[in-house]
Design a protein around this ligand. Structure first.
Ligand code: AHR
Length: 635
């Protein structure tokens, strides 16, 4: 028997209880959520023509004299110094081809917006023909730009794909002879999320939107820290005109070497403004995490000297002004000019990602003092290092407690059993200490970040068991998020991941459906649940938590059966009058190794049924390996 007491609220469930952790890892931004289809659009990658081919300038080709594309660096243009110079030698049509991010996904009858900057020397080039092609060079849609000016000028054109193709490329052919300079060659589907220019992929945002995340953490992860301080994430370089945002090598470029990605760079077309805007669209609180002057301790661990910390602290203060300041403030004005005069209502800010040791604490103190003296209501998220075990973590926690830290970020990438065994992890946490942000977690079927990890059902239901523990401890656990959030099928550095996408499609893993079930049923008030009068500890492989929602007037009980056999349970609900029927949402799959996939994206997804109550009791049969949500209206 499980006993639920609806009358007594233990604590409020924070609206931030279940959120999303975004990091540009696994092609999550460029090549993923950010809908730009051209790789290396402004020729700023380390190898400036990476992603571009010029098949008929190959000296072995029949057409070796037809022309050549090179890049030119203009040092005065600090943030976007390179452009491409194309010399066309004969009129037969010299071409350059962009390969996209592992190809370009195009859809039949969908429209695409092409834009570029060109300087056409003496009007030499008469026509630029732009075409989608497939691997056999078949044309799948085309448009033409006539470059009229000798000086730099922007051009745009729209065209329609005639066929659906996952591996299209963009061919650009020049007619006429002479020289033309090109920069910022950009291609977006017309159909982006909310039809925005410089927009996001609609299908991926929809999956996020459907999760109803309470917060969006960005931009990572290790990416915040950088391998070196110079390569850290600097938000100021990611706002303002898109063509002035400085490209940076991605922290995950070739890292973990499973699928090396030497072509992984950050163009920052998806930058801090866009992250704030996305948070707003999702109804999620923005949670930016900033560098605290320590490069990734798994890489160089480079430290900024304490007397040079000011610019880092200033970045945090300026970010708060960018998000919340009036339009008359310097940074508020930039936000306004970017199209959002209203503040973004930032309440949370993170200092450092997975940093630890005395070096972190001394830097954190400086940030805390500066932020709190200027913005006393801002809540600061700190960290004690990755993996909450071991001396360094205890040291960090003790120091942060002494400082009355508000929220501490904990990360765990552990095996599925760990998640089941740690559902009680927070039962004994000090209710008066810092609140917990379970900021990164995911069950690893093989080992942390192993390329063989799977998003299998055992991992997903083990996380669900653990999440009942997070929820039962909502007094201390205020924010939680699975990590990483998403991965490109052909360009990932880390598994498992919550969502998977390729250039045409995206789907949620079984873990995604677990997250979504908890997030969309988080309720407003935590209420008590016991098993045979005793606290829930995962007895008989049964895990549970209970909430009520004072807005929808429901009681919601989450039950996770991690046993290989079904379990019969009676849920006794006391303390309120109830409707005679309830709704049961079940997520289950017979095999531990089962997974969702592109071929079968909803193999593990929720099903719904009705349940008649016997008086105050819900008699339920919980399938083997299942996550169940019981919802009953209160009268
Ligand atoms: O989620 C992947 C990485 O794991 C994050 O970048 C980092 O914070 C953690 O080590």
């Amino acid at each position: 028997n499980l006993e639920v007491n609806i009358a007594n609220t233990i604590t409020k469930i924070q609206p931030t209880m279940y959120g999303a952790f975004f990091e540009d890892i696994n092609f999550a931004a460029d090549g993923g959520l950010y809908a730009e289809m051209i790789k290396n659009r402004s020729f700023e990658f380390e190898t400036p023509l990476m992603g571009w081919k010029q098949p008929n300038s190959d000296k072995h080709s029949f057409n070796e004299q037809s022309g050549i594309a090179t890049t030119i660096k203009v040092l005065e243009n600090k943030t976007n110094p390179n452009f491409c110079r194309v010399l066309v030698n004969d009129d037969k049509g010299f071409e350059i081809i962009n390969e996209g991010f592992r190809g370009m996904g195009i859809k039949k009858d969908a429209r695409y917006n092409l834009s570029l900057k060109a300087a056409n020397h003496n009007g030499a080039i008469k026509k630029i023909i732009i075409q989608f092609i497939d691997r056999n060079k078949k044309v799948l849609g085309e448009t033409i730009i006539v470059p009229t000016a000798s000086d730099w000028q922007s051009y745009s054109a729209q065209f329609t794909a005639t066929q659906t193709e996952a591996k299209a490329q963009l061919k650009i052919t020049f007619e006429g002879t002479g020289t033309i300079d090109l920069d910022m060659i950009s291609l977006f589907p017309e159909d982006t999320w909310k039809n925005r220019k410089n927009g996001l992929r609609k299908d991926i945002v929809q999956l996020l939107y459907d999760m109803k995340p309470g917060f969006l953490r960005f931009p990572g992860g290790c990416i915040v820290e950088g391998r070196t301080l110079a390569q850290r994430y600097q938000w100021k370089k990611t706002v303002g005109d898109v063509d002035k945002r400085e490209t940076l090598i991605n922290r995950w470029n070739t890292e973990f070497d499973h699928k090396p990605a030497p072509d992984y760079f950050q163009t920052f077309g998806l930058g801090f403004f866009e992250y704030f805007q996305l948070s707003e669209d999702l109804g999620a609180q923005p949670l930016p995490i900033l560098s605290c002057g320590m490069a990734c301790q798994f890489n160089t661990g480079e430290l900024v000297p304490m007397d040079e910390l000011d610019p880092y602290v200033q970045d945090a203060l300026d970010l708060i002004e960018f998000a919340n300041g009036g339009v008359e403030t310097p940074w508020g004005r930039i936000r306004s000019e970017m199209g959002h005069p209203k503040p973004f209502n930032l309440k949370l800010i993170g200092v450092g990602n997975e940093q630890w040791g005395p070096q972190y604490i001394e830097r954190f103190k400086v940030f805390e003092k500066a932020i709190k003296s200027k913005y006393p209501k801002m809540t600061i998220v700190s960290g004690a290092g990755p993996f909450p075990e071991g001396d360094y973590f205890d040291y960090g926690m003790q120091e942060l407690k002494k400082l009355n830290a508000e929220i501490v970020d904990e990360h765990y990438y552990k095996n599925p059993l760990w998640f089941r065994e740690n559902a009680t992890r927070y039962d004994k946490y000090d209710r008066k200490g810092p609140k917990v942000f379970a900021g990164e977690y995911a069950a690893q079927s093989v080992a942390i970040a192993s390329p063989d990890n799977k998003n299998n059902w055992e991992c997903a239901f083990s996380e669900a068991a653990f999440m009942t523990g997070l929820e039962r401890n909502a007094e201390v656990v205020n924010l939680t998020s699975y990590a990483p959030l998403m991965a490109h099928e052909e360009a990932w550095q880390w598994t498992p991941d919550l969502l998977w996408f390729n250039n045409l499609e995206a789907y949620g893993s079984a873990n995604y459906y677990v997250q979504k079930l908890f997030s969309t049923n988080k309720g407003t008030d935590l209420i008590a649940i016991t098993k045979d009068g005793k606290p829930i500890t995962g007895q008989n492989n049964l895990f549970a938590s209970a909430v009520k929602d004072v807005n929808t007037k429901e009681v919601i009980v989450k039950l996770v059966n991690t046993a290989a056999t079904a379990q019969e349970v009676n849920v006794d609900l006391k303390g309120s009058k109830l409707a005679s029927k309830g709704t049961v949402i079940t997520l289950t799959s017979p095999n531990l190794q089962d997974e969702n996939s592109f071929a079968n994206p909803k193999k593990i997804s929720p099903t719904q049924s009705e349940l008649k109550l016997k008086g105050e009791t819900a008699k339920m049969s919980l399938p083997a390996y299942s996550v169940t949500v019981l919802k009953i209206m209160l009268k």
